[in-house]
Design a protein around this ligand. Sequence first.
Ligand code: NAI
Length: 462
Amino acid sequence: MARYDVIVIGSGPGGYVCAIRCAQLGLKTAVVEGRETLGGTCLNVGCIPSKALLHATHMLHEAEHNFAEMGLKGKSPSVDWKQMLAYKEKTIGQNTSGIEFLFKKNKIDWLKGWGSIPAPGKVTVGDETHEAKNIVIASGSEATSLPGVEIDEKVVVTSTGALELGKVPKTMVVIGAGVIGLELGSVYARLGSQVTVVEYLDHVTPGMDAEVSRTFQKLLKKQGLEFILSAAVQKVEATKTKAKVTYAPRDGGDAVVIDADTVLVATGRKPYTDGLNLDTLGVEITERGQIKTDARYATNVPGIYAIGDCIAGPMLAHKAEDEGMACAEGLAGQSPHVNYGVIPGVIYTHPEVANVGETEETLKAAGRAYKTGKFSFMGNGRAKANFAADGFVKILADQTTDRILGAHIIGPMAGDLIHEICVAMEFGAAAEDVARTCHAHPTYSEAVREAALACGDGPIHS
Ligand code: NAI
């Protein structure tokens, strides 16, 4: 049995990135993973498969709505659901086998099975116990449900079941207008399902800039999604083929029942730490079930670290990756740092939605003086040519210093455009720095520059 410098439990974006960085820094590393393939939730049943379905259904939407006007005539494509799922599976396979290749390349051992920590310095996988100087828990998260709602992953599904439905449902109720509900809701709306989203709050996408949230809801409504806001789902009764969803309007009034072929429960996720033996070890856990860590990702038990969805902070793959790298670098004696003020968030619908840093709401609440530079994609030539002129870029900058405090984009490729602002923020840039940077024409990125110009003397194309 090998003695390792580091054993990482979990091979999602947090765990596998941590392991690769550990190996690159000369640490003898193993990863424990019980799934058949590496990559965790993100690669197997999350980010990657959902993006395959979002891409395929966006192509369908383009064919149905914009091809004819571009002079692309002929029969619109019909949906072969089995083939679409096969394409999704192939995409997953390419990515998970890519991680396996990287493990071999970096001489990382894959300990196959579910891990447990009998004592600090020891990890049990099946009948074997392995020794490690340090253990990194990267066990991720799992979907939560609501009282009165039983998940069967056939009719009442989480995101996992929604990625492999037997057929495209005629009607779908989505509980929760968060990231998962809106991404998968828009996939099925494009495939022809009648999608109704029931949300407890009076707006979609909690925590997002309010103006973006309103615009986003309006655009999704135009795509056929129905919204019932300020409504608390009380129960879901399901048979083998159908379900009844009961919700109560929050402002009072009678409960309402809606029928659906499929119910997607997308009301959040919680840390997954089952079977790790954390209670016996005395690892401190918050009341929200998150493992408590310090700035170096150390738990209160020496030699045990934790990163990603099972600790505090947004449940995002890229946040977990950054923590994985920083944790590895710390174990190798370096002094890493993750800047939690500059972690972008992206919703991969069409249009995409992306944000980083402060919102107008957080700035107002903090009493900070700020200015807003906004530019609509209607003024962007490339967006108009590509039928992608819905949305805008909004940059928030300090009223006095012009330093960029946050940015919010709804529009084409928003998830890529946001990174220009992330880099600017990491360098402490002013909006004027972005405004004075030459941007290629014609690109969507020009809209970011115009929003930066709008923080100063004004944009050119509006
Ligand atoms: P979420 O926390 O984003 O949204 C859940 C929504 O459900 C909230 O709006 C909440 O008000 C609503 N809700 C809760 N109880 C309800 C009830 N009884 N009736 C009606 N509505 C109710 O959670 P979501 O979408 O499940 O995502 C989970 C996690 O996964 C999030 O942390 C998200 O950031 C992450 N994720 C990120 C993705 C991305 O970055 N593109 C993609 C998918 C997931």
